[in-house]
Design a protein around this ligand. Sequence first.
Ligand SMILES: Cc1ncc(COP(=O)(O)O)c(C=O)c1O
Length: 395
Amino acid sequence: MKIARRIENLPPYLFVEVIKKINAKKARGEEVISFAIGDPDMPTPPHIIERLCQAAQDPANHRYPESEGLPELHQAIAKWYEKRFGVSLDPDKEVLPLIGAKEGIAHIALCFIDPGDIALVPDPGYPVYSVGTMLAGGSPYYLPLTKENNFLPDLDVIPENIAEKAKLLWINYPNNPTGAVADLDFFNKLVKFAQQHNLAVCHDTPYTEVAFDGYRPVSFMQADGAKEVGVEFHSLSKSYNMTGWRIGMTVGNATMINALKTVKSNMDSGIPQAIQYAAIEALTGPQDCIQQHNAIYQRRRDLVVDMLNDIGLEAEPPRASLYVWAKVPEGYTSVDLANDLLEQVGVVVTPGIGYGQNGEGYVRLSLTIPDAGLVKGLSRLAGWRNTRNKFRAKK
Ligand SMILES: Cc1ncc(COP(=O)(O)O)c(C=O)c1O
């Protein structure tokens, strides 16, 4: 059997060792508290589930869905964008439902990237931007996100020849893993940069509804001319605790949407229709669940950030997203720290290096941990402080 080079050339999965260690601990009957995964722990709100169950009873929804999604869902997405961001979209040409944002993010590379092409990708970043590029035969050119630049890419330092050659530019705000946010000034600048270099912009933004202290993240689509240069990927996963149902959307530039439609219509057969009806309910029904979830995440955020600073892992409270991006204390790499927390106190955090070279020096903690686990996890972190000398002695 000869596996394709496109698979063999993918970077190794960096969490393999950590996962092995977690499983070994669990096999010994030890309890592990995980701050690793950004998967909302609270259930999908009941009115959305009710609509899903109702739609599941209707035989019309037992058949192949239309690949492009129900027209009513296109309309619900357009209305939601209008209401939430004041952005008007043509539901037919500028909206496309997805089987979760991840699916569209991976597939859009096939619309733009031929072998040898370049995509500009943030580092640290959600790994699918670079892996999608590589699966299409292209190469990512990494844009460092540093604290000094508020975890925004510095467009002015991208070499001219790279910007000219690149076809796609990825960004993601509110950001995973850093929790950073971007404002309209940055998005306006990005539109100009994309126009200058004939780039297609993909803004991945599943966390606009997870925000704290009254902050309301903006959409890239609000920037002047955004629709001429790019699309935005969005998701119901985090806004409505719907990760398990797999539903998201892309909106914006009609040519890009049409290209993605072409790829998808040849690869998948759409989103199960009952789930589409649930999504319509989520987008058009009562929105108070968002405030309720955010109040819980905000309380957890404050507890986590306080504890991290207490034990010497410098962290600032994020204004949005589900993540706290904490600085690794001197003497540790991000993998060292993740391993040590797991070994000493059975707490799992994600090493920053897993998100790219510029993620080194940080670990990510997710706020999607139920309160009982959170309390236990925090007290274990407090206990870890006393074990740090052991690590130093071992080195
Ligand atoms: C930045 C980012 N984009 C996309 C996704 C995937 O979203 P979905 O569940 O809609 O596929 C995630 C999930 O964690 C994410 O963090």
